[in-house]
Ligand binder design. Sequence first.
Ligand SMILES: Cc1cc2nc3c(=O)[nH]c(=O)nc-3n(C[C@H](O)[C@H](O)[C@H](O)COP(=O)(O)OP(=O)(O)OC[C@H]3O[C@@H](n4cnc5c(N)ncnc54)[C@H](O)[C@@H]3O)c2cc1C
Ligand code: FES
Length: 275
Amino acid sequence: MQNYEDLEHRPRIVRIRDVKDETPTVKSIAFRDDQCSKGKPGQFVMIWIPGIDEVPMSLSMIGRDATSGVTVRKRGEATNALCAMKAGDQIGVRGPYGTFFTAGEEAKLLVAGGGTGIGALAPLIELPIMRKKDLTIVTGARTKTELIYLDRFKALHPMKKMRLVATTDDGSYGIKGLASSVVNTLLEKEKFDMTYACGPEPMMKTILDAAQKMDTPVQFSLERIFKCGVGICGSCSLGQYRVCRDGPVFSGDMLQGISEFGKTKRDSAGRIIPI
Ligand SMILES: Cc1cc2nc3c(=O)[nH]c(=O)nc-3n(C[C@H](O)[C@H](O)[C@H](O)COP(=O)(O)OP(=O)(O)OC[C@H]3O[C@@H](n4cnc5c(N)ncnc54)[C@H](O)[C@@H]3O)c2cc1C
Ligand code: FES
């Protein structure tokens, strides 16, 4: 049961501290907010762009110094407006909301991000507990210039037992092909204790099928159209779940038997459309 008096439900106006170009179509936007700095990897915030819209974004930075942030791909009106903002501009923030990725005793982990999906996974990869893990990161993009965070992850190398694999659809960097193909090959060859993923849903469906064959548990972050972000409006329905409230991070057991997963979603008018 949600308690709407909790601090995370109170919209805050924050000033953008920094805007970083990640790729020609993706920017990371940093701001200072005490609630967000208490967020957990995989949680999302609702970002209000004054006069335009309010949209869900995964926290891609959760700073202990209260600096947090989101990594945004330009898609439509709201994301283009957000990417056009500069340091000093103001936005609204609610949250962080939703379920989150958990890392326990498991020793050997596989983390797979497609496009900006790696943004939701970055705070997980940077958790102090990950230093003790045998970690494989697969990050995929359409082309070399759209790959994000390679330097951010490479900087972790000296501290961690970490393997970083990049894929591009056009072969301009790393392995040519889809991140999901590389993940499935890894799942067939090696035994992982947990697989985490965030990216296009067909990619996650392919990974789920492969992981289940190999008996590897998964945690996936899903996207749907979010309006309220707190379980009221139903625009984010997926089977019996409301993705904003019961997710966005789901286990494979929760997704088992959800026939819509990887196949259909609702558009902004609530109609069911193919993914
Ligand atoms: C939990 C969650 C985390 C997300 N994290 C990120 C992130 O870290 N970085 C990022 O770039 N994007 C993220 N998104 C997607 C982002 O919210 C949409 O791209 C954005 O809302 C599009 O708005 P727009 O006005 O720019 O585009 P529009 O022109 O409104 O839409 C473009 C496309 O975006 C999708 N979309 C539109 N509105 C929403 C909405 N309210 N919720 C979800 N999808 C929508 C639709 O599929 C639509 O076809 C996340 C979505 C969810 C649900
Ligand atoms: S966005 Fe309203 S119920 Fe999920």
